[in-house]
Design a protein around this ligand. Structure first.
Ligand SMILES: *[C@@H]1O[C@H](CO)[C@@H](O)[C@H](O)[C@H]1NC(C)=O
Ligand SMILES: *[C@@H]1O[C@H](CO)[C@@H](O)[C@H](O)[C@H]1NC(C)=O
Ligand SMILES: *[C@@H]1O[C@H](CO)[C@@H](O)[C@H](O)[C@H]1NC(C)=O
Ligand SMILES: *[C@@H]1O[C@H](CO)[C@@H](O)[C@H](O)[C@H]1NC(C)=O
Ligand SMILES: *[C@@H]1O[C@H](CO)[C@@H](O)[C@H](O)[C@H]1NC(C)=O
Length: 450
């Protein structure tokens, strides 16, 4: 007890204090060793990619931070991590030269068959894996290797933390074996990285062992942050499952509505268990953190991750030229209602009108697109500038859609818009349709034309 207490005092003055814990009342905490304090660091990343089948091993003594645990001599040589009570944790540095799906195995012992943990990113708290059901090995030093399932990990340096969620187990080592390398994505946004706080999308285990966003609905806005180290042009990919042959979405900036990629027809997969990767678009991004959203135009598909690849550092004039304004974000209206479940506006009747403010970044000729749904092909409207009374265009009839929430766009191809805030007004002349989103895209630069 004296030596343990002394160790804690010494550690308390360390520049990178290890958070050892005294539990004088806990008789289990006898005979263990307080680990040497090692600070967690960002490990260098090898330039050699991993091959399928390559294994990255983490052993107990490689820990770089911990809370509550002690090391003890293992019956297999070396030391294991004991005292993994609920609330205790241990962290390890890991550097991966390849992003991919890894098969995770753990070597554990439990005399009582208790024990559960989650595996998280210590820096970002991102959860990679939740595991319950450590096997009963009939002894605290009888070791068994358990299959913990697949885990999707990014390329780069990470401090992994194992949080014990249930007392009653010891940990010796963990292996991560590459099962599938992701197609060289430089940056990935996994299902668990999306903010689902305001939508009903569930996180579920996918057939590929990772988490996926399960059954995304029309109108869902899934927020995520994108932190990119360098400015330049990127390709955006999405891994989706789509047996119902539906689905379209845009990747947009959450505040400005700028569209970085949009896919109007997702490919079909044979079942929910089959996954395919689609190119959503190419776009220029500045270095830094972007508050983004995945804006679902038509739901009914599942998503595992977004993957971004850096192409080059050139800046392009296609920057800032494609924007979305959700129909519910009107500035003024007469007579329409927002559907709380689907996020569209409805209850459209002759004489109703809706006004929007378009934030036009550069003067030019734009295509205006209106995403509408009309199961009977009903509906007509005019689009005007309420300040200048200029008539931009209109529709005497709308295409017939499969449902009230399968969106198709009707376009006005040739609208000159000046930089600044441009008001537009939709004047409804016949109802019987729903309206979901306005997209406007620069068709040609005005300056270049004159
Ligand atoms: C600690 O070691 C002593 C001496 O070997 C032993 O009597 C005691 O049972 C051990 N305590 C635990 C919790 O294993
Ligand atoms: C993961 O590893 C375990 C243990 O070696 C093995 O039984 C399992 O089939 C592997 N899973 C995959 C998907 O490779
Ligand atoms: C990790 O792989 C090594 C080498 O194949 C093996 O000795 C060890 O038991 C494995 N550990 C786990 C947790 O799978
Ligand atoms: C994105 O970053 C903002 C701060 O810029 C933060 O408020 C928000 O919670 C983050 N969202 C996600 C999904 O991480
Ligand atoms: C676009 O409008 C301009 C005048 O505003 C006209 O000269 C031009 O022919 C139109 N182009 C198309 C494709 O409709």
């Amino acid at each position: 007890m004296i030596s343990l207490f002394f160790a804690v005092l010494v550690l308390g003055t360390n520049a990178n204090p290890i958070q050892a814990q005294t539990q004088d009342d806990d008789f289990w905490r006898q005979n263990g060793t307080v680990p040497e304090p090692i600070a967690c660091v960002s490990l260098p990343i090898s330039t050699t990619p991993l091959n399928v089948g390559d294994t990255v091993t983490i052993t107990s003594t490689e820990l770089c931070d911990y809370y509550g645990i002690l090391l003890e001599p293992s019956s297999e040589g070396g030391f294991d991590i004991g005292w993994m009570q609920q609330g205790h944790w241990v962290s390890f540095d890991m550097a991966l030269s390849t992003a991919g799906l890894f098969n995770m195995t753990i070597r554990t012992a439990s005399k009582t068959g208790e024990g559960a943990f989650d595996l998280v990113n210590q820096g970002t708290s991102e959860v990679y894996k939740v595991f319950s059901g450590v096997a009963n090995t009939q002894g605290w030093q009888n070791w068994e290797t358990m299959d913990a399932g697949l885990v999707a990990l990014r390329k780069g340096s990470t401090t992994l933390r194992v949080n014990s969620l249930q007392s009653g187990w010891n940990l010796l080592s963990m292996n991560f074996t590459l099962v599938e390398a992701f197609i060289t994505y430089d940056y990935m946004v996994f299902a668990q990285n999306f903010d689902r706080g305001h939508v009903g999308v569930e996180l579920a285990e996918s057939s590929e062992g990772t988490l996926n966003l399960d059954y995304i609905f029309s109108g869902d806005e899934l927020f995520f942050n994108l932190t990119l180290p360098q400015s330049g042009k990127y390709e955006i990919y999405a891994r989706i499952s789509n047996p119902e042959d539906v689905g379209s979405f845009a990747i947009a900036h959450r505040q400005t509505g700028q569209v970085f990629g949009m896919i109007l027809t997702l490919p079909t997969t044979s079942s929910w268990g089959e996954w395919t990767t689609v190119l959503v678009g190419e776009a220029y991004f500045d270095a830094g953190t972007h508050n983004m959203e995945l804006f679902v135009l038509q739901g009914g598909f599942n998503l595992e991750f977004l993957g971004l690849n850096f192409i080059d550092s050139a800046t392009g004039d296609s920057e800032d030229n494609h924007y979305l304004v959700p129909a519910k974000d009107y500035t003024n209206t007469n007579g329409v209602e927002v559907d709380p479940n689907n996020g569209n506006v409805g209850s459209l009747d002759p004489g109703d009108w809706i006004e929007y403010s378009l934030n036009v970044v550069s003067t030019g000729v734009y295509i205006l697109q209106f995403y509408v749904a009309s199961p009977e092909g009903w509906g007509s409207f005019k689009v005007v500038n309420p300040q200048t009374q200029e008539i931009y265009g209109g529709f005497d009839s709308l295409p017939t859609t499969e449902s009230w929430f399968s969106w198709v766009s009707v376009d006005i191809p040739n609208v000159s818009l000046s930089q600044g805030t441009v008001p537009i007004k939709l004047e409804i002349t016949n109802g019987g349709f729903n309206f979901f989103v306005i997209a406007f895209e620069l068709a040609s630069d005005h300056e270049e034309e004159v």
